[in-house]
Design a protein around this ligand. Structure first.
Ligand code: SF4
Ligand code: SF4
Length: 759
């Protein structure tokens, strides 16, 4: 450390209000008593509020993380003592408005029990990222009053290397002595914190700025700096030398550009209290849960500096310092120049609380009523930022935001020097704060409106592109359809106007032939089995016929399979063909009905003649239509055939059931007649459907049925019914023995009759 007087520069403006620091700087730092209840607002810093991590009723230990940093510009929160979380929600917040803010309330258990800490005295081997993370996890925000998260400030990417680290020990505001006492009594920790910062930043120089009204602190620092190259620069006391930009100008002679940051000119500034907190976080592993705060003012019996837990109610602290409520006129958080009036005692102490000033009316009398500006210019002379406070005042009254910005309103550090010297007692700073708020709100709204506009325009653009794409696709489809139509128009010319057969036609035909060949095989095998069991001439004849039919069906299938796919076979009008078939079938049915008459009268004879003629014409038309149709292209109406088969089978079954009746009554007789008539019509329709389906071997089915006469069919049916009834009774455990015996007897008799008939 050099013994030479360091070089310092002066700043424009500035004032010399009564310092009143002696009130609180004569005693050493006290420990505030452990409060029973601590209130910890989520937001005690600049940036996003912390996110709570604890639940109601949860026990927490001293130093335990209770709320995490929520975003890049945010700071964590830790339990200042051990106890129980008794409330999470709105609580009084230290603000001039007396507003509430979300907070965690901890009821102390009086044990003050620490959680497990991770000290790192040998931090020099740590990577910068690890050091930064330790500072971030400790929830340190600037303790000089601004409350900007320290880790964010250290992690910022400046446009150029940080060549100068400035340590702010100025504490220029009247009454406040917290940093003074910290520099005096926590010197080693402070220097250790600067060492950590120096390791992180690797600056070319470290400048410690202290006003000359703190001789004890200066002496302590000089002694502690020892061999270190850090430069302690002492300069004349003047308010507001402690402003970041002002101190940088005093120590380096360089002015931070309007609207810029110290990092823009390669300088980083940290408060001495923040340096000490960084030491605690890294070397001791302790998060920020307490701070040194000045308790001062003539309404206190024992003004002092206390090391106090965050969240301690202001009222309790003031009681500890001997508050005389009768004397108290105004309670200020911060100093008399930049602090703000607290509306009540219930608010908690937070990270940025460097002073509680309990002032009497004598020491801080109410300001006289504001008078009109007399344009004396005193304010401009006092302004450390070289602004024109009276102009700003006029622009603020007129809400001339552009003018305010043009006159560098945002360079105003709200030091209050202008208001302090104003002979008209105009509360200038209040105007500036209000104007800044208005402009920020307006800009925020404009930003949102701009973002909305951009989103709207992007959406419109998206919709436009989507519509264009749809239109292009529509056009492509239309062109494709036109091309297909043109191709279709050309195709018939090559086939003499005939339509092209569908490839699926052959496939359907083949399928049908396969089914028929398969059915013929099944019928043959069944008959062969019966022949093997009971060799009779009739069965032998039936097997021979079935074999012939199966061979014919297989030959038809083989021929169709061997044939190549149909090449544009002309297809007849399927609808007309079907109609012709049905017409012919209907005429045939009518004709058969009349032909059954044994002695038709004249009219019936005439009708017969007419029907025969019509049938002849219909069959001729049908043959013509069939001749126009390629056999493979005539797809049979399988579903109509199937339906006709089912109808006929159902009628047969109903008829059989009724025929079993030994003595049918009149209604049953009528029903029998009706069913026989319906069956006859159904069989006629079935024949027509088979013809319409172009069934290749219709005789196959008839061959299967022809040998079975009515008597045989009836006997077989009786056997089947008798067998089914017996099985049903056998399955039923409750069936009587007599009933079972009778059922077995019935089956035996039926089988015997059938056998006798067959023989
Ligand atoms: S000091 Fe007060 S009266 Fe004088 S110019 Fe400034 S605002 Fe006006
Ligand atoms: S409050 Fe603003 S305008 Fe007034 S002296 Fe301070 S910096 Fe200048």
């Amino acid at each position: 450390m050099t013994a030479m007087q360091p070089l310092v520069w002066d700043i424009p403006g500035g004032i010399h209000p009564p310092e009143r620091k002696q009130l609180s700087n004569r005693t050493s730092i006290q420990s505030a008593p452990l409060p029973k209840r601590l209130v910890l607002p989520f937001n005690q810093h600049i940036g996003a509020a912390a996110e709570p991590l604890v639940e109601l009723g949860q026990r927490v230990l001293k130093g335990q993380l209770i709320a995490a940093a929520n975003g890049f510009v945010s700071a964590a929160l830790h339990a200042p003592t051990s106890g129980t979380v008794s409330f999470i929600g709105p609580q009084p917040y230290p603000h001039v408005s007396g507003m509430l803010a979300p907070a965690i309330v901890i009821d102390s258990d009086g044990l003050d029990q620490w959680c497990e800490l991770t000290p790192c005295p040998d931090y020099r081997h740590l990577e910068n990222s690890r050091l930064l993370e330790m500072i971030r996890q400790a929830g340190i925000s600037g303790l000089g009053g601004a409350g900007f998260p320290a880790a964010v400030k250290l992690n910022a990417r400046p446009t150029q290397k940080i060549h100068t680290l400035v340590i702010n020990g100025t504490e220029c505001e009247p009454y406040i002595t917290a940093d003074d006492l910290l520099m005096r009594e926590r010197t080693e920790q402070l220097i250790s914190g600067i060492d950590i910062l120096a390791q992180l930043i690797q600056p070319d120089q470290v400048l410690i700025g202290v006003e000359d009204n703190k001789p004890e602190a200066i002496a302590a620092l000089r002694a502690a700096l020892n061999e270190r190259s850090y430069q302690l620069r002492v300069f004349p006391t003047k308010y507001p030398s402690g402003g970041e930009k002002q101190l940088i100008q005093i120590l380096t002679g360089v002015e931070v550009p309007s609207g810029g940051l110290p990092a823009d000119i390669g300088i980083l500034c940290q408060n001495v209290g923040t340096c000490k907190a960084i030491h605690d976080a890294v070397v001791l592993g302790k998060p920020l849960i307490s701070r040194i705060t000045t308790l001062t003012g003539e309404a206190l019996a024992r003004p002092m500096n206390v090391e106090v837990l965050l969240g301690t109610p202001v009222g309790e602290l003031l009681e500890f310092a001997g508050l005389d409520r009768g004397k108290l006129n105004r309670l200020i958080m911060g100093g008399p120049m930049m602090g703000f009036t607290l509306p009540d005692f219930d608010v908690p102490l937070i990270k940025t609380t460097n002073c509680l000033l309990a002032a009497t009316s004598a020491e801080l009398p109410p300001p006289p009523p504001a008078m009109p500006c007399i344009r004396c210019g005193e304010c401009a002379e006092a302004c450390p930022a070289s602004l024109l406070p009276q102009q700003l005042h006029f622009f603020a009254i007129g809400q001339e935001h552009e003018q305010l910005k043009a006159h560098n309103l945002f360079d105003c550090i709200e030091c209050g020097a202008c208001a302090y010297v104003c002979p008209s007692s105009i509360p200038l700073v209040q105007y500036y704060r209000a104007a800044k708020g208005e402009i920020r709100d307006l800009e925020q709204k404009q930003l949102k409106a701009e973002q909305s506009k951009q989103r709207f325009e992007l959406r419109q653009e998206r919709l436009r592109r989507a519509e264009e794409q749809k239109e292009a696709e529509r056009k492509a489809r239309a062109e494709k359809a036109a091309r297909a139509k043109a191709a279709q128009a050309e195709a018939p010319a090559s086939t003499d106007g005939a339509q092209t057969a569908k490839p699926a036609g052959l496939s359907d035909e083949l399928k049908k032939l396969k089914i028929e060949a398969s059915m013929a095989q099944v019928a043959l095998k069944k008959a062969e089995k019966q022949l093997a069991a009971h060799t009779t001439p009739e069965l032998q004849t039936q097997v021979d016929q079935l074999r012939n039919a199966a061979t014919a069906a297989q030959q038809a299938l083989d021929a169709a399979m061997a044939a190549s796919p149909p090449a544009a076979a002309p297809a007849a009008d399927d609808g007309a063909l079907k109609k012709a078939k049905i017409d012919a079938a209907m005429l045939r049915a009518q004709l058969r009905k009349l032909e059954k008459l044994e002695a038709p009268d004249d009219d019936q004879q005439a009708e017969l003649a007419r029907l025969r003629q019509q049938l002849e014409t219909a069959e001729k038309a049908l043959i013509d239509l069939q001749s126009q149709t390629a056999p493979t292209a005539k797809a049979a109406d399988d579903s109509a055939l199937k339906k006709a088969k089912i109808d006929a089978a159902m009628l047969r079954a109903q008829l059989r059931k009724l025929e079993k009746l030994e003595a049918p009554d009149d209604d049953q007789q009528a029903e029998l007649a009706r069913l026989r008539q319906q069956l006859e019509a159904a069989e006629t329709a079935l024949t027509a459907a088979e013809a319409a389906a172009g069934k290749p071997a219709p005789t196959l089915l008839r061959t299967d049925k022809q040998p079975t006469d009515d008597a045989t069919r009836s006997l077989k049916t009786e056997v089947a019914f008798a067998r089914a009834d017996l099985r049903k009774l056998e399955r039923d455990e409750s069936s009587a023995t007599d009933t079972l015996t009778a059922a077995r007897q019935r089956l035996a008799e039926a089988e015997q009759k059938l056998q006798e008939h067959a023989d």
